[in-house]
Every structure is written in C-alpha cells, then in structure tokens.
Design a protein around this ligand. Structure first.
Ligand code: SAH
Length: 566
C-alpha cells in the first residue's frame, strides 16, 4: 500500500489525482502531517508526501531503521513539478515510484542514487538475495575500479561493467550457492539454484522436516538463501510438516505425480515409498526431476527419541536456465519502442543483432553489455549465437526492427532453441502498422502481409499467395518490396492485384516510417511507379472498398451500419 500525505490545499489536489489514478494501491492519511507521516511510515510499503523535502526529512529521520525494511519515500513539491526519490531508492522502490508518480502528475522524476544515474544495475536490484559490501562494490563499479566476477554458479544476470576474467581486482562480485559470509570488498549474490526434495510419513512434525533440510544444507556447505523450492510427491502436497518447512524457508512447494517420480533414475530407491505412495523415491526423484547435480543424496531425519525417521531429503543444484529475450525495437522512432522492450534491453548482459539496429538502441544498454553485432545476411549465425549464449546461462537480448517475429530473427532463433532456456518475446510495432497509422486506416478490414523477397522463398510460392490475396479481396502490405537486384517482382505482384481491383484502388507507399527521413505518398494501382519504391519502404494496396477520403487511405470495416459505399 502507498500512503499519501499532504498538508496544503495544492498538495491535496495533487494527492487526490494520484489517489484517483491508483485507487487500489493508495490510502490517504488525513490530519496533521506529522502524525500522518508517522502512521503511514508504520503501515505502508511506500509513501508519497506532498510536502517539502525538508519537512519530510525531519519527520522521518527518527523513524528510519535500515534500507532493507524502511518504506520507500517520494516527495512531491507544492507545484507538482518534481517527484523526488528521498529514501529507499532501491530496497523501498522509491526510484521506480518517483518515475511512476511523475508519469501520473506530469512531473519530472528526481533520482539521485548513483547506480541509477550511471545506468548501472544496482547490485541490490538484481532480484537475488545479496550479502556483503554492496555500497563499496557499487562505488568501485561506478568509479571504474576493477571488479572481478567469480561465478561459481552461472546465472543470467544483467550486464555489469566487470573486469575480464583473470584480471587482478580488489573488488569482487561472487555468485554462489555455497554457504559462507562475504569477505571485505565483496558482494555475494545468491542465485536460486538449489532444489530440495523432501519426503515425509503422515504426521511428520514440522521441526523434524525443517531441521533435516537445514542440517543437510549446513553439512553440505550450502546457503539456505539459494533454495529455489521444495519438491515432493502429489500425495504429500498438504502434508503439514512439509508445507510448514517450505513456509519457514520462504520458498514454494512444488509437487509431482508418483508416476513422474518413478520415471527418474535415482541412486537410492527403496521399497517404503513404493508401498506408501507408488514411487521408489520421493526426495531424490523430486529434487532430480528437472535434471541437475545431486549434491546431497537422500538422508533421513534424526530423532532424539530413537523412533524411526519420519522425513527424508535430498538436494540438487539445478541446471542454469539462460534467458533469451526476442525484442522488437519498433519501426525506428524512440517513442515507438515499448517500455517493455527497453526493460529487456537493460535486463540483458549480451546483445545480439544487426549492426544498424544495435546503433538504434546503443545508448539504452547498461554499461558492460557484451554486444555481438553482425552485418546483413548472417541471420542463421546470429540466431545460433544468441541461442548458444543463452544456453551458456547468460541473459541475452536478440533484437530486430519492427516486430522481431515478423520476417525477422524470432523464428530462426526459436528453431534453434532447446527447452533448456527461458524465452521471452517482446512485441514491436511492425512496419505495416507504422505505415498504416501514417496513411490513415488502410487495415480496417481483413489484411495480409506478403514479403516479396525471393531469397528464402521460391517466387512461385509468393505469386500463389499474391493471387490468393487478390482473389479474396484482402488489403495487402508488401514488405521487402524492391531492391537493386530485385526489380520485377513488385510490378508483377501489382499486376496480379490489378486483375481483380479497379485501377483507381488506393495504394500507400511509406518509406522509413517514424525515422527522421520518413516520407509517404498516396497513389493508385494504375499510377504507382515501382521505381520510387526501395527496401526502406512498405507498399499497402487497398481492397475493393478502400477509399481516399480527405487525403487519407481508409478501408471500411464493412459493417452494415456503415452503409454501402458508392
Ligand atoms: N521485422 C520488421 C520487418 C523486417 S523485413 C518489421 O516488423 O517491421 C524488412 C522490410 O520491412 C523492409 O524491406 C521494409 O519493407 C519494411 N520496413 C521495416 N521498417 C520499415 C520502416 N520504418 N518504414 C518502412 N518500411 C519498413
């Protein structure tokens, strides 16, 4: 919940705007500002104070405990011009909140956390538990002092400007699931790399299960903060001791059917679980089901009273899953790049793409991003590279203009990809849509895109599709319409359409949509001069109902209420 506090009439106006925009997320604290701030500080995860920063500093100073638990506090000035992230920039989410509040109120966000200012990923914002000298190592990263990466466990982190492996460096970022405290000048990141399989007889006490798991981790030298989940058999999904142990460790409990578990090859099968739940192994099989390395083979709980053990557990280090984001950059203009695409570019440690597209977004990348750019062609190589980097455990962004799934890199990449990586697609504004918005409303009824490039597709196939589009009266957008070596395909395709459409049918030609040298023109099937079309262009041909209205290309939706066009 976000607590909202104001003192003046102007502050209350801005406060009410925010409350109206976020009714579910906010609560207004009325009354004297001092008491309101104290109450909100105790009850909310975040505060937005429509008060001077000085007043807020004085009010919250005695309340501050530490940055892991304090709420994030944002101040908005009387004039509603600035949203200032005051405390809890990272841990309390105040930096992000300042940006959001600024968005609603039309204010400028003010963020002073150094790592955000320099485009660095904050070490405490990577989504992993972090230990050690966060401030010291962050400062070293900012100051350009060499920081080493010791990745004992590969994990798909965002880019950090780290010294190359083997470089002597005083500071280190260690990625490990091994127990132990961070040294000086060191940050330890805890990847969720461990899966603990557990089995229990009915009624096994929670402490017995929890102690078993904790002992197993401690004796194997593993950090409980790297446990991703507990795993067991479906029949034990509600076993109170297991549920309580997962709760105590703060991890989800996942369950599998006995049949699935019985199919896993384990070192220590036994008859007891086979008789009880129908699989020769629960703990080892549940831990090993997704693959990985068995670090702690099955062990049983110890009972002080000498009665038979009621719980078993096993620990597996799961195989790292790299991350492949396939990101569409839109047609060119920065404000047609989606916020999600921007986030994914900043989430990546490795960027793969055509050099001209890399140039389009280079300034958005985090310092330390490894850029693998290549020239035109080389598509399969780019796809293979992106997948190989993801399989090595990296966070990879594979970029394409427009939508990366439209005549672009998504399909060759996913044709290469195996199911051992996570794939995230980010849609982009494809050229047909960017052009449509410039031309008017040419895609108001059924439409199709056809690429005229016969590099990978035989011309007979392309021609058959153009013919089908012509016969079925679809609006057609031609991608890759014409290049220096390919000049007869467009006239041929237009001739096929002209066999079924009036010579006066509107045709829109858009070159470099949303780029600085954008140009567009509305002509007709009969008047279009193919020589004016190149590879930076899309050509949209209307259907038999498309009209030129007030200089714009409009395809009626075809509903009866719109009436018949003459
Ligand atoms: N993935 C891209 C398409 C790649 S194919 C997308 O979704 O838009 C390349 C063709 O797309 C070009 O030959 C051209 O026909 C078209 N194209 C891409 N960007 C364009 C733009 N900004 N303006 C006009 N056409 C564009």
């Amino acid at each position: 919940m976000i607590g909202l506090i104001s003192a003046t009439a102007a502050g209350a106006v801005a406060r009410d705007r925010l409350a109206a925009a976020w009714p579910e997320r906010t609560r207004v604290y009325d009354g004297p500002a001092g008491a309101a701030v104290r109450a909100a500080f105790a009850e909310c995860e975040q505060l937005v104070c429509f008060l001077a920063t000085g007043a807020v500093v004085r009010l919250i100073a005695p309340l501050l405990a530490d940055k892991a638990s304090d709420p994030g506090v944002v101040c908005v000035d009387e004039g509603g011009r600035f949203a200032v992230s005051l405390v809890g920039g990272h841990g309390g989410g105040a930096n992000g909140l300042a940006a959001e509040v600024a968005g609603v109120l039309g204010a400028a966000p003010v963020v002073t956390t150094a790592t955000d200012a320099a485009g660095l990923a904050g070490l405490d914002t990577l989504g992993l538990p972090v230990e050690g000298d966060v401030a010291g190592v962050s400062r070293a990263l900012l100051d350009g002092v060499p920081v080493r990466l010791d990745a004992e466990v590969p994990w798909p982190l965002p880019a950090l400007p780290l010294a190359p492996p083997g470089t002597a460096a005083e500071y280190a970022v260690r990625v490990t699931d091994r127990a132990g405290t961070a040294g000086g000048r060191e940050v330890v990141l805890r990847p969720p790399s461990l899966v603990v399989g557990v089995g229990a007889s009915a009624g096994a006490p929670a402490e017995e299960v929890l102690h078993l798991v904790e002992d197993a981790l401690r004796e194997a030298g593993l950090s409980p903060r790297s446990v991703a989940r507990l795993a067991t058999v479906d029949a034990k999904a509600a076993e109170p001791g297991i549920v309580a142990a997962a709760g105590a460790l703060g991890v989800p409990l996942v369950t599998y059917s006995a049949a699935e578990l019985a199919g896993v090859d384990v070192p220590h099968p036994s008859d007891a679980p086979l008789a009880a739940v129908g699989t020769p192994s629960v703990a080892e099989a549940a831990a090993l089901l997704g693959g990985g390395e068995l670090l702690v083979p099955k062990r049983k709980s110890a009972r002080a009273d000498g009665r038979p053990a009621m719980a078993t557990c096993a620990v597996v280090r799961r195989p790292v899953r790299g991350r492949l984001a396939v990101v569409g950059l839109g047609p060119g203009a920065r404000d047609l790049l989606t916020p999600r695409a921007r986030d994914e570019l900043r989430r990546a440690a490795v960027l793969v793409g055509l050099d001209q597209y890399v140039d389009q977004i280079r300034d958005l990348l985090r310092p330390g991003t490894r850029i693998l750019e290549s020239g035109l062609g080389a598509e399969e190589e780019r796809a293979r590279t992106a997948v190989a980097e993801a399989r090595a455990g990296h966070a990879v962004a594979l970029i394409g203009s427009g939508d990366a799934g439209v005549y672009a890199m998504a399909s060759p990449a996913l044709a290469e990809a195996s199911d051992d990586i996570d794939v995230v697609g980010v849609p982009g504004v494809t050229a047909a849509l960017a052009a449509g918005a410039i031309l008017g409303a040419p895609l108001g009824h059924d439409h199709v895109s056809i690429s005229l490039s016969d590099l990978h597709t035989p011309w007979e196939v392309i021609e058959r599709r153009v013919r089908a589009a012509a016969e079925s009266d679809l609006v057609v957008t031609f991608y890759n319409p014409r290049s220096r070596g390919r000049d007869w395909q467009l006239p041929k395709a237009l001739a096929i359409l002209a066999g079924h459409r009036d010579p006066a049918t509107p045709v829109g030609v858009v070159r470099n949509a949303s780029r600085p040298d954008e140009s567009s023109r509305l002509t007709t099937l009969a008047a279009l001069d193919p020589a004016t079309v190149d590879m930076m262009t899309v050509v949209t041909v209307g259907n038999t109902a498309t009209r030129r209205i007030a200089g714009r290309m409009v395809t009626p939706r075809g509903y009866r209420w719109q009436g018949e066009h003459a």
